[in-house]
Design a protein around this ligand. Structure first.
Ligand code: NAD
Length: 392
């Protein structure tokens, strides 16, 4: 169980690029990273595309004025000169900037935590992976939902054969917040999400389904997709060529089949994030809106609801417990779990401790790379007229 005591010798001196006053996701980074005060300390930032607003915001959240920078390039150049300069940076800017900022950060000798979807292409991710290896740095990806410790319970139960051989994978991440084009015109965050120059080759496949795809890989690390078929639509036509709805059929190497539905036009749906894994003996099901519960349904027996923090759970799941039973937790805890692992990974890398890195389960550069591979294959299939394509 976690109680906030330190896991590494001292916290990393940490900065953010993006995540400022108007940002959607910035606060989740800070609540995740700063939760324990023993993993990261926020000491600098280039928080906003608008430098004046960025500085005002940085000072407001406690960063010294002299370390609130107008842009990330100035921040990296100036911080390198300081003895107490930053050691790690989180990138919470729109998708199209992730690659160049990550590259610049690694070249400046920093560990990186970057938002999803990591970059536009697998080739870019491979290049950054090599650069990170060369520089001896970690690149973490904020698949925040994956920090829900019930994911580790599912992983343990799959590994222990509790559901038998996996036959069917059913994934869903949908909501209805873009059922009309209203937000596309008025929300800065929505405008770039439907602009391929900034969002990349997809909208909801990258914005939503990369989370769920990573979570499925976390739960079932041995399940490899052999081929997929992606059928995507711009149901609100002005979003073409980017999709606001997609169905993906998957075939796995072990013969299992799967399907994923992702959508932002699922009108009336406030949170349709669901993972169901069907095995030969039993099924597991988890809903984001009930993150403390895991359904375990054994064929022919009464269904069970496993509850977070209870001693019958796997020790890997209980190791990420923060509140104990009876107290309900949610997404901020999931983010804190992810950030703590980023810090442990960075610390291990600094010490050349490859053993710790090998055993640490967290969304690393490979997870980011696989997210892009997922999008690339889906887009290739969809663009070929929703055809089956080999998963490359
Ligand atoms: P947003 O448009 O709400 O905010 C973007 C922020 O970045 C703003 O503060 C903006 O001023 C700043 N910015 C833009 N360009 C910049 C630059 N060059 N330098 C410094 N700051 C810059 O977007 P958002 O919803 O916060 O999304 C940002 C990223 O986070 C996207 O990649 C998105 O996919 C991802 N995201 C992830 C999650 C998650 O659960 N992990 C949730 C939401 C968004």
């Amino acid at each position: 169980m976690l109680n906030g005591e330190k896991k590494i010798a001292r916290p990393f001196r940490w900065a953010m690029v993006g995540g400022g006053r108007t940002a959607g996701v910035g606060y989740k980074h800070r609540t995740g990273a700063l939760r324990d005060n023993t993993a990261f300390q926020l000491v600098a930032g280039a928080f906003d595309i608008d430098p004046v607003r960025g500085e005002d915001f940085g000072v407001n959240v406690g960063v010294d004025e002299s370390r609130c920078y107008p842009d990330y390039k100035t921040m990296f150049t100036e911080e390198v000169k300081r003895e107490d300069g930053i050691e790690a940076v989180s990138i919470a800017t729109p998708n199209g900037t992730h690659y160049e900022i990550t590259k610049a950060a690694l070249e400046a000798g920093l560990h990186v935590v970057c938002e999803k979807p990591l970059f536009f292409t697998v080739a870019e991710a491979q290049e950054i992976k090599e650069l990170a290896e060369e520089k001896g740095k970690i690149v973490g990806v904020t698949y925040g939902f994956s920090g829900n410790q019930m994911m580790l319970q599912m992983r343990a139960m799959v590994e222990q054969g509790k559901i038998g051989d996996i036959r069917i994978v059913e994934l869903q991440y949908t909501h209805g917040f873009n059922a009309t084009d209203k937000a596309d015109a008025i929300s800065e965050a929505q405008k770039w999400r439907v602009d391929p120059k900034i969002a990349g080759p997809s909208f909801v496949l990258g914005d939503l389904s990369t989370h769920t795809y990573y979570m499925s890989q976390l739960i079932m690390p041995n399940m490899k997709i052999s081929k997929l078929l992606c059928d995507r639509q711009s149901i609100v036509g002005s979003r073409a060529p980017l999709e606001d709805n997609a169905f993906v059929l998957m075939h796995y190497e072990n013969g299992a089949v799967g399907r994923l539905w992702t959508s932002s036009v699922d009108a009336g749906c406030m949170d349709g994030h669901r993972i169901r894994i069907v095995g030969s003996k039993a099924s597991l099901e988890w809903w984001d809106s009930k993150p403390n519960e895991l359904r375990y349904e054994v064929q022919g027996e009464p269904a069970q609801t496993l509850i977070r923090a209870m001693p019958y759970l796997d020790e890997s799941c209980l190791a990420d417990e923060r509140l104990g039973a009876l107290h309900q937790e949610g997404l901020s805890d999931a983010w804190a779990n992810i950030y703590l692992k980023f810090a442990v990974a960075m610390d291990a890398k600094n010490r050349g401790d490859e053993e710790t890195l090998k055993n640490l389960v967290y969304p690393d550069i490979n997870a980011g790379l696989e997210g892009i591979r997922w999008i690339e294959n889906c887009v290739r299939s969809a663009d070929a007229g929703a055809a089956w394509v080999e998963f490359e």
